[in-house]
Write a protein that binds this ligand. Structure first.
Ligand SMILES: NC(=O)c1ccc[n+]([C@@H]2O[C@H](COP(=O)([O-])OP(=O)(O)OC[C@H]3O[C@@H](n4cnc5c(N)ncnc54)[C@H](O)[C@@H]3O)[C@@H](O)[C@H]2O)c1
Length: 255
């Protein structure tokens, strides 16, 4: 630690090109981390990399589909050789799936679970051995308020997405025991956050009135609201928090 900031450690952020992942990457860069971004959106990822470098931190980009197990192994090796170490993994990449149980195909269900849940397995499996060998590490995985609520309405149940996000919470609890005390692992359950993923959301469409009725803090969340907690869980020393999931939702009690 120097000047109240974390010494140059390395964080991987999946889905780091835009939205919550981009905000997490920039907040970690401001906290002193060098960054590896993993995403399928290469131009957006290059832009975020430039923003990180403008903050004076090293950054690399890894084009990868997080559902691909073998690619995750290769990405971990690329980051280790490119930036020297891996201290933090933020499993943030994810994708919504609005189809109900009677409409969804098997392939759509499998893909939703692969992108939102198996992706966490892929990247933890690839990076935990490196963190254990280094003697420490932090993992933060992006679950969702949907894991608790099941979604806003019956029409937008997002049951496959909710299943995957609830799976992250179980994975987090089990791995806290398996990887502790060396690696601390937690999950975050954002409520509605203003991003591309949420732009067609029923609450965003209904606007401010519903936010006042259904959110104690009277606004939808920002990407920075989530990034702030990611940095705390990734960097605070000492830390006696593992195996938990935290809602960042302004208390969204109608969702
Ligand atoms: N925005 C919300 O309201 C909200 C609420 C709860 C949870 N979340 C979760 O937060 C995370 C970030 O979402 P966001 O709102 O920033 O969405 P977003 O769509 O703005 O960003 C998601 C990022 O993940 C990347 N990504 C998606 N699938 C990928 C794949 N297969 N391989 C590699 N990269 C992939 C996208 O390219 C994108 O850069 C997701 O896991 C999402 O489920 C979001």
């Amino acid at each position: 630690m120097s000047n109240g900031k974390v010494a140059a450690k390395v964080a991987i952020v999946t889905g780091g090109a835009r939205g919550i992942g981009r905000a997490c990457a920039l907040a970690l860069a401001r906290a002193g981390f060098d960054l590896a971004l993993v995403d399928v959106l290469e131009p957006e990822m290059a832009r975020t990399r430039g923003e990180i470098e403008a903050l004076g931190r090293r950054a690399m980009t890894c084009a990868a589909d997080v559902a691909d197990f073998a690619r995750a192994q290769a990405v971990a090796a690329e980051v280790k050789s490119g930036l020297g170490r891996i201290d933090v993994l933020v499993n943030n990449a994810g994708r919504a799936q609005p189809k109900g149980i009677l409409e969804i195909t098997e392939a759509e269900y499998d893909n939703t679970l692969a992108v939102n849940l198996k992706s966490c397995f892929n990247y933890i499996r690839a990076t935990a051995p490196i963190m254990l060998a280094q003697g420490g590490g932090r993992i933060v995985s992006m679950s969702s308020l949907n894991a608790h609520s099941g979604g806003v309405t019956a029409a937008v149940s997002r049951f496959a997405y909710a299943s995957a996000k609830a799976g992250i919470i179980g994975m987090t609890r089990a791995l806290a025991k398996e990887l502790g005390p060396t690696i601390l692992i937690n999950a975050i359950c954002p409520g509605l956050i203003q991003t591309e993923l949420a732009k067609n959301h029923v609450i965003v469409e209904r606007g401010a009135a519903i936010a006042r009725d259904g959110i104690a803090l009277h606004r939808v969340g920002t990407t920075e609201d989530v990034a702030q907690l990611v940095v705390f869980l990734a960097a605070s020393e000492p830390c006696y928090i593992t195996g938990q999931d935290f809602k960042v939702d302004g208390f969204q009690y109608n969702m």
